[in-house]
Design a protein around this ligand. Sequence first.
Ligand code: ADP
Ligand code: ASP
Ligand code: MG
Length: 362
Amino acid sequence: MQRPWIVLKFGGTSVASAERWAVIAARARELLPSSRVWIVASALAGVSDKLEQAVREALAGRAPEALAWIVERHRALAGELGVDRARYEPVAEVLADVERRLEGVRLAEEAPPRLVARIMAAGELASTRLGLAALAGQGVAARWVDARELLASESHPGDPAESRFLSARVAPRHDPAPAEVVAGGADIVLTQGFIARTPGGDTCLLGRGGSDTSATLFAALLGAAEVEIWTDVPGMFTTDPRAVPSARLIRRLGYREAQELAASGAKVLHPGCLASVAWAGIPLGIRCTPHPELEGTRIEAAIEDHPVVTAVTCRKSVALVTISTVAMWEAPGFLARAFAPFAEQGISIDLVATSESAVSVT
Ligand code: ADP
Ligand code: ASP
Ligand code: MG
């Protein structure tokens, strides 16, 4: 009987220093006797923002200054980790490739979503190439896997290119065989969050913050025993602990409540990540990379329906549309007609309030 997989996801700040890579290596070693370890890594903190900035700079015809920051950031971490030139080569190749693509944007004066996805993917491709060297330096032999070989988005030909390439959806499924093939018998795999492939074989993204969703998709695919989301706070709090220092840690939560919190602004989890674990019944832990000794938050099916207010969340940049009319009274199908144009424009509605003369949506 093979040992079960445990999926560990490390966010941007959790992969950004030699000290953090030591925690990653230690956690993998700790789990190895009883499990196999599937590590999903984000881009180094700040890199995805800088890649977006580099695209904007290239579009404006300027030399992408943000790219210089990204190159320097990877070089600095490689230096801190003591990665030699030969082991750094795959990182340098990813960064040289993105430079060529940005030059293409500058010359063509356009950045189609398909190309933007390819450019943004460089963040996770580079961090995992560097991570492989970091783990090797810690005496941990991992196998590098390209996430696009295993995660394929759904095909909706009518969808706008932005959603197909930049916030694609991948349906959860259980299919360990291809994953075992790419893992090639390794006990430790290192792969990218955030990226997948379209049905046409192009690179696509799962939306900003989407690495959590990659982790749970991999967990469902592998039939993993558990997912751990390692980040910069010790779990899900009663509100954002950076905004409200007195916020309290929530030790245990059900999937549905976690979904409500993530979707309404508790950024510690990407709202797309709970569907896969709820579907597969896999427990999800939130753990703190700077404090690996803390237990964090555990999310699983058994703990639904809290009788109290669990947490308070906050979201910015929300649009509220109110449709007021007296023509709504006893008009069958009114709401279906009111909502149809949103669907046609590819806009998803979050909250709805209705009265007899108005419908408000966010
Ligand atoms: P990562 O890069 O590891 O994915 P994120 O920045 O995406 O990390 O998510 C972690 C951040 O989520 C925390 O630094 C915290 O400020 C924010 N956050 C917002 N709401 C909550 C909450 N209710 N509980 C915990 N963290 C929250
Ligand atoms: N690197 C991506 C982002 O910053 C994905 C992630 O970190 O979850 O949006
Ligand atoms: Mg995140």
